[in-house]
Write a protein that binds this ligand. Structure first.
Ligand code: ADP
Ligand code: MG
Length: 232
């Protein structure tokens, strides 16, 4: 089965600044199937984070289209876009973006509170799903621990579990191992790149670490906002 999870076509993003327009992305096109992964590499300022914000539907491109889970986001209202984002996109950040005082299970169940598509799921079922995901990620025993009392690697596993909660078409991660030591980064990267097979999601990972990029099925390099496929 090779269903397109996410596709960007001729996407450009231009920032108007006092010093003139900044072309952060220039007619970027690529797609990622469910069950596969893409690494996005490029120097600082090449447009990686801008691309991530477009893929996660947080920013509308100046031109071009984004399709997630078969839905063309460029035709949607802000409200509909928020819904597609909540249901189809799991986002993972370098600095985790977890609620520190909440437990692992509470953090992982947050999408159940906010994703409209999960509204019908009973609380117990949501807690059970969260616990299953935490177990898959090897931290079942930490489910009641506040995130503030966890290591970086443990936090990023919680964030990965949370990103999976709503069974999204795509997981988007911006430098997910950037705050971790080398050994922990390697372990988290292995978990991240196993997700496409285990959960049939697509995974798009921004990284400047070649060891991390090497694990992806494909690599796309951004240079001054222009994307090119890197031969593996
Ligand atoms: P990367 O993540 O690869 O370091 P970014 O996507 O953050 O790159 O930035 C790409 C380019 O767009 C850079 O030249 C950056 O200065 C510019 N840029 C990013 N965000 C803004 C913004 N909000 N306003 C103006 N310029 C921006
Ligand atoms: Mg960046």
């Amino acid at each position: 089965m090779s269903e397109t999870a996410i596709e960007v076509a001729e996407v450009s993003v231009t920032f108007e600044t006092p010093a003139g327009p900044v072309h952060a992305l220039r007619e970027v096109s690529f797609r990622c199937q469910r069950g596969s992964s893409v690494a996005v590499i490029g120097r600082s300022g090449s447009g990686k984070s801008t691309l991530m914000s477009v893929l996660s539907l947080l920013r509308r491109p100046t031109a071009g289209t984004v399709q997630v889970g078969g839905v063309d986001a460029s035709t949607l209202s802000d409200r509909e876009t928020a819904r597609v984002r909540a249901e189809q996109v799991g986002v993972i950040f370098q600095s985790f973006h977890l609620e520190p005082t909440l437990s692992a299970r509470e953090n992982v169940t947050l999408p159940w509170r906010f994703a409209p598509g999960m509204a019908g799921m009973p609380r117990r079922a949501a807690a059970a799903r969260a616990d299953d995901l935490l177990a898959d990620l090897g931290i079942a025993d930490l489910r009641h621990r506040p995130v503030a009392a966890m290591s970086g690697g443990q936090r990023q596993r919680v964030a990965i579990a949370r990103a999976l909660m709503a069974q999204p078409a795509v997981i988007v991660a911006d430098e997910p191992t950037g705050n971790l030591d080398e050994e922990t980064a390697d372990a988290v990267a292995r978990v991240l790149f196993d997700l496409p097979q285990q959960h049939n999601s697509a995974v798009v990972v921004v990284t400047h670490d070649p060891e991390i990029a090497r694990r992806a099925d494909r690599t796309v390099e951004l240079t001054h906002g222009v994307a090119s496929e890197v031969a593996s």
